[in-house]
Design a protein around this ligand. Structure first.
Ligand SMILES: Cc1cc2nc3c(=O)[nH]c(=O)nc-3n(C[C@H](O)[C@H](O)[C@H](O)COP(=O)(O)OP(=O)(O)OC[C@H]3O[C@@H](n4cnc5c(N)ncnc54)[C@H](O)[C@@H]3O)c2cc1C
Length: 402
């Protein structure tokens, strides 16, 4: 077997998926990587997962329009969207393959980013919330965490929604909400039955960011993701939401939140990390072959070779796990625990993989001209965000000991 740094999947990917993957690979190398030099030192990339917002924060209209046109013309814009809303209806495995390729560059590519639970929209919610998000006209944020409710939102959530005629009235404070100030629609969890809490007593509401009862505290919370804050504290003060703006069913909002986290913050953390890890390995091999110390390229030193090997092993193992879990999810299996496993491995192994790459690059590893420190911060965050890794271990332990 020939070993290269990029081992192709042993899974038999359908030809249309291979076509998409090769297309994305070409776009990433020809269009996105050349933009990194301008993108990397700019604080705009603090803006989380919202590709188009991050692009707009850094580049002029010409660059953004050019990339959006490529995305629209090639059909990639809709690649993550189900068939009934104009997408190709790709499997989770196929989406994971495409996402890995997109994550090879630090520069985001504009595609429709739709929270999976937004497809729960019914009736006029479809035109008011779902379709504008698919078309990139509106963006969402997800508001679960509170000052005293992070790892245990079901048990500790204080935000309350009380029925008043045809409205729900929300009061409480959310914290660490990514993109709250930049979003149009907030997916907000609130307790509607304090006795039942996460077992039928938490509801998800679609809240207009400009509702007079919504107060986003600005400036947001500064983190090491950039000088521009992208997380916010949000106060809900007698925030009246029409009853038709409940997402899903009353009392079923905790489960919806878990479904959002399971796909976006857990299973898809696999390809999110893999693209970055593969790029870091490719860069490290290239660097190690040409960087000479004491008369030899550092690639000839065992201390460096072992780091490359450790990175390669992590990538291979994570890719196999990710593809297997995505294929199992496509087959309809319950992969909630497996999602936790992917999240745990993608964030822990991804972080250590980028750490090796920074070390191999020496001082250059710390330069903002390379994507390594950004990759590191993004992956280190995934050890905390979306349920810290201790909580993922707790979920896996529960299954082992059941
Ligand atoms: C950059 C960023 C973006 C974010 N975006 C969002 C967002 O968009 N929407 C949103 O709702 N939230 C968001 N969050 C919040 C995030 O989901 C929480 O920070 C995360 O769930 C952890 O909660 P916490 O910070 O309250 O940690 P805590 O719950 O206070 O935990 C602190 C530490 O204790 C550990 N711990 C807790 N309980 C246990 C236990 N039983 N056993 C062992 N260890 C335990 C945790 O793992 C952690 O290491 C974001 C956070 C950050 C930093």
């Amino acid at each position: 077997m020939e070993i290269s740094s990029h081992q192709e999947s042993p899974y038999r990917l359908p030809p249309d998926v291979v076509k998409f993957r090769d297309l994305v690979r070409r776009i990433v190398r020809e269009e996105l990587i050349p933009l990194e030099r301008e993108y990397l030192p700019h604080p705009g990339h603090a803006l989380g997962l919202k590709e188009t917002l991050r692009l707009k924060a850094v580049f002029g209209k010409d660059v953004v329009d050019h990339l959006v046109k490529i995305s629209r013309d090639t059909g990639l814009w809709y690649s993550m969207v189900p068939e009934e809303y104009g997408g190709p209806g790709l499997s989770l495995l196929a989406r994971a393959v495409i996402m890995e390729e997109l994550n090879y560059s630090a520069v985001p590519f504009p595609v429709a980013v739709v929270a999976n639970i937004l497809y729960e929209c019914k009736g006029n919610q479809i035109d008011r919330f779902l379709k504008p998000v698919i078309e990139g006209e509106k963006t969402t944020c997800f508001a679960q965490t509170e000052p005293n409710a992070g790892s245990d939102p079901g048990g500790m959530m204080q935000t309350r929604a009380v029925k008043d005629g045809g409205h729900w009235v929300i009061n409480g404070t959310k914290m660490w909400i990514s993109m709250a100030a930049e979003s149009d629609i907030m997916m907000v969890q609130a307790v509607t039955d304090p006795d039942k809490r996460q077992r039928g007593g938490i509801t998800m509401f679609l809240v207009d960011r400009h509702n007079p009862g919504v107060h986003v505290v600005e400036p947001g919370i500064r983190t090491w993701h950039g000088t521009r804050p992208a997380q916010y504290t949000v106060h809900f003060e007698n925030c009246r939401v029409p009853e038709e703006d409940v997402l899903g069913e009353v009392g079923k909002g905790f489960g919806l939140g878990q479904r959002w986290l399971m796909i976006h913050d857990r299973l898809l953390r696999g390809p999110y990390a893999l693209g970055k890890m593969q790029r870091a390995l490719d860069m490290s091999i290239e660097w190690a072959k040409q960087r000479v110390t004491f008369g030899k390229p550092i690639a000839e030193r065992q201390a460096v070779q072992w780091k490359l090997v450790d990175m390669f092993v992590d990538i291979q193992a994570l890719r196999s796990m990710t593809y297997e879990m995505a294929a199992r999810a496509d087959a309809g299996e319950d992969v909630r625990t497996e999602g936790a496993l992917i999240k745990l491995c993608a964030s822990d192994w991804g972080t250590r993989c980028i750490d090796h790459a920074i070390q191999i690059h020496g001082a250059m590893g710390e330069s903002l001209e390379l994507p390594l420190t950004l990759f590191y911060r993004l992956l280190r965050h995934t050890q905390i965000g979306g349920g810290a890794n201790e909580i993922q271990r707790m979920l896996i332990a529960r299954k082992l000991l059941r």
